[in-house]
Design a protein around this ligand. Structure first.
Ligand code: GEK
Length: 243
């Protein structure tokens, strides 16, 4: 994958437009996400471990909002289910163009279908594993219940959803603390205060974080029988929900 350094917000931008997953972002994406999301690599690796445990023969694993396919490739390299395929979906054509190039150099044997679509319009069926790795947070809150219901209905009994999200906190002190800790993390990764604050403004109204309690309640309401956080690093968490 490209390792071009993310400097998108390093100069003052007069009027910040909303963040978009366009070709400028694609070029720096691996660097951006690793330096912005604490624990990203650990989560990616563990998605492969979870898929190795839960992917069933003759079923489908979905990677929804796949970007450059890091979660897809982790699953592909660690799963051993037979006659299983991965469907990787994103609505950014620029992301998928680069992902398809990366796939050509990948030696994994499991079939991967790369689909350019809005994940809300997708038909989900015969799924043993569904991954939403930092994607749900970009859907309007009003669409999240129906979308998760659709995922639940498309999962086989015993199948899992892996849901990673930036979290918000009901408790104001925690909200401030976790936000500060995230900024310290980004500074430690080489981002300047200006880059951090400009990126935050660009993501305003684009990335809508919810509390863990919100996520848990929604997942239980759509039917998941078991919901737990398996990883958290400051305000970034990954949840596993079992049907
Ligand atoms: C990873 N999962 O590296 N339909 C399809 N794709 C969407 C939609 C939508 N409605 N909304 C957003 N996306 C990846 C990282 S990035 C997270 C996921 C981040 C896509 C969007 O185009 C982008 O590629 C991805 O969701 C979110 O494991 O950049 O913070």
């Amino acid at each position: 994958m490209s390792s071009t350094k993310d400097t998108l917000f390093s100069n003052p931008v007069e009027s910040l437009s909303s963040f978009k997953f366009d070709s400028a972002v694609v070029n720096v994406f691996p660097d951006m996400i690793q330096r912005s999301v604490p624990g990203y690599q650990t989560i990616i690796y563990a998605i492969g471990l979870l898929a190795a445990r839960y992917a069933r023969d003759h079923s489908v694993c979905y990677d929804l909002g796949c970007s450059l396919g890091a979660a897809t490739l982790s699953m592909r390299h660690q799963m051993s289910a037979k006659h299983c395929k991965i469907i990787a979906v994103d609505n950014s054509a620029a992301m998928l163009q680069q992902f398809k190039k990366n796939l050509q150099d990948d030696k994994g044997e499991i079939e991967v279908d790369v689909v350019c679509a809005d994940i809300r319009d997708l038909c989900i069926e015969n799924a043993s594993v569904v991954v939403l790795n930092f994607t749900l947070q970009f859907l309007p809150v009003a669409d999240r219940d129906a979308f998760l219901k659709k995922i639940y209905q498309g999962l086989l009994p015993g199948g899992i959803l892996i849901l990673s999200e930036k979290l918000s906190f009901e408790d104001e002190k925690q909200q401030t603390l976790q936000t500060d800790l995230h900024h310290l993390f980004k500074k430690s990764q080489g981002y300047s205060d200006m880059e951090i604050s400009q990126k935050r403004s660009a993501l305003d109204n684009v990335l809508i974080a919810e509390t863990f309690a919100n996520h848990q309640q929604r997942l239980q309401a759509v039917g998941f029988s078991s919901v737990a956080v398996w990883f958290q690093y400051f305000n970034f968490a990954s949840i596993v929900a079992i049907k």
